[in-house]
Write a protein that binds this ligand. Structure first.
Ligand code: UDX
Length: 450
């Protein structure tokens, strides 16, 4: 696909949602579209704003300065999302109207599905808009099925139903559904957000056929707009680091000293929290497993402490050089390292795709949002991992680590993960589904008056 003709490049405004797991794929999409000749402006809030010096090819548009999260862990609830959308509306509209008069026309807007205000603003100033969904097709499908399940009386469901398969939503069980049983009101609002992009002219998804062919096909049937599956965005274009926290690359030297496929990488993403009991059980499970490990403990992620003050007495002496604890890792580099043989993850979609892209099998400990749907696919569709959920206990942790890192079953999962890695590589190479979708999206952006 040749780049655009040499006239002034078409300019796109990409509207970020201020969470690591949402900002990363949108910035990666920006790199992919920049490589196709588009000029990119990144519209962002002041909280969790990207560092412009990391992205010299992009322009930046700060939208609002009073975004706040009610939950100190940084996990936005539905009210935070609503206030972010309210605060960002005027600044974006003002910018777009100014651009119109100054003839530096914005040709299109691509917004995170949680930044739905941007669709309203785009329609108001008559600029086409597209929505980027940063999670899986199966997760969106689950959300879209919830109203039917309510209407048919399947929700709310009893504990006795937790392990039952959800009718017409194979392979999900009721326990995998993105339903906050304690707070159905929030669930209904999230369903509304999931469904409400009638005014978008197309949908972009950070996934691809080799992982989600059926859910993608079914979603395309459901929505009357083009759907572009361009995952993994972490592989489709080479992007600079998108981390909010500083990545400690010193860990690579430690990995270089480890035996191939011997290290368990442990990270629970940018939002997950644990209490002291879970932290202690995790530590002793890692110690007792006798396996080398690289453990990310995000500062503030253990309730009641700043970082690792709550590590149990004797843990560090027991582990010695066999383990390394970091605040934040260069995760893509770590997963690509030959010493890493397994990933204990919370099943965030970016982490899951990064693991699949490097052929690394997983221990799945999902917590919230889309993570249970993703965990179900890891264990039952792609068969490249198994679940470790419920109340964490050091014996189960120890057993799970040995099962993944030393057993025959772990080797079989590793082999399947390597097969998936090859399929993912085929999808991003010329003629592959993601390669073609990115070209189709470029064509769409250029020919639909964008
Ligand atoms: C959130 C939700 O929790 C997740 O379920 C959803 O799919 C996306 O939004 P998060 O929890 O941060 O995301 O997880 P994930 O999607 O895995 O994104 C984390 C990103 O941070 C990944 O790209 C990962 O490479 C990066 N990371 C994580 C690092 O760079 N270093 C680390 O030490 C840990």
């Amino acid at each position: 696909m040749k780049k655009q003709e040499d006239r002034k490049p078409h300019r796109l405004v990409l509207v970020l949602f201020p969470l690591q797991g949402h900002t990363t794929p949108m910035l990666q999409l920006g790199y992919a579209l920049h490589s196709k000749g588009f000029a990119i402006t990144i519209a962002h809030t002041r909280v969790n704003s990207p560092n412009p010096s990391n992205h010299p090819h992009f322009d930046f548009l700060p939208l609002s300065d009073d975004t706040h999260y009610s939950d100190k862990s940084g996990t936005p609830n539905i009210y935070d999302i609503e206030s972010i959308n309210l605060n960002c509306k005027a600044p974006l509209q003002e910018f777009l109207e100014l651009q119109k008069t100054s003839h530096s026309q914005v040709d299109g807007i691509i917004h995170d599905s949680l930044m739905y205000f941007a669709a309203t603003v785009a329609n108001h100033v008559q600029i086409p808009n597209l929505v980027l969904r940063t999670s899986t097709a199966a997760f969106l499908q689950a959300y879209l099925a919830l109203p039917r399940l309510f209407a048919e009386g399947y929700i709310p469901f009893q504990d006795s139903m937790l392990h039952e398969l959800v009718p017409r939503l194979n392979p999900l069980r009721f326990k995998d559904l993105p339903v906050s049983r304690e707070n159905m009101e929030d669930t209904m609002k999230f369903i509304e957000i999931a469904r409400n992009f009638k005014s978008s002219s197309a949908m972009i998804m950070n996934t691809m056929d080799c992982l989600e062919q059926l859910p993608l096909f079914q979603l395309q049937q459901h929505f009357q707009v083009p759907l572009f599956g361009i995952g993994p965005l972490s592989k489709v274009a080479s992007a600079s680091s998108t981390s909010f926290l500083e990545e400690e690359s010193s860990c690579i030297a430690w990995l270089n000293n480890q035996t191939a496929k011997s290290v368990l990488y442990v990270s629970k993403g940018s939002l997950a929290m644990s209490d002291e009991k879970e932290f202690t059980e995790t530590a002793w499970g890692l110690a007792n497993s006798e396996q080398p490990f690289l453990w990310v403990v995000r500062p503030g992620s253990v309730s009641g402490s700043d970082w690792t003050e709550l590590l149990p007495r004797g843990f560090l002496e027991h582990v010695g050089e066999r383990g390394l604890i970091l605040k934040w890792a260069p995760q893509k580099e770590v997963l690509a390292h030959s010493a890493v043989g397994g990933f204990w993850t919370h099943c965030g979609w970016n982490s899951t795709m990064e693991s699949l892209s490097e052929g690394v099998p997983m221990i799945s400990s999902p917590q919230f949002f889309d993570q249970k749907v993703i965990a179900r696919y890891i264990t039952h569709v792609w068969k490249v991992g198994f679940e470790l959920d419920g109340v964490l206990e050091r014996g189960d942790v120890d057993k799970s680590i040995r099962r993944l890192m030393t057993g025959r079953e772990g080797d079989e999962m590793r082999q399947r993960a390597i097969e998936l890695k090859h399929m993912i590589n085929v999808s991003i190479l010329e003629g592959g589904s993601s390669y073609n979708s990115l070209n189709d999206l470029t064509e769409f952006l250029l020919t639909n008056k964008i």
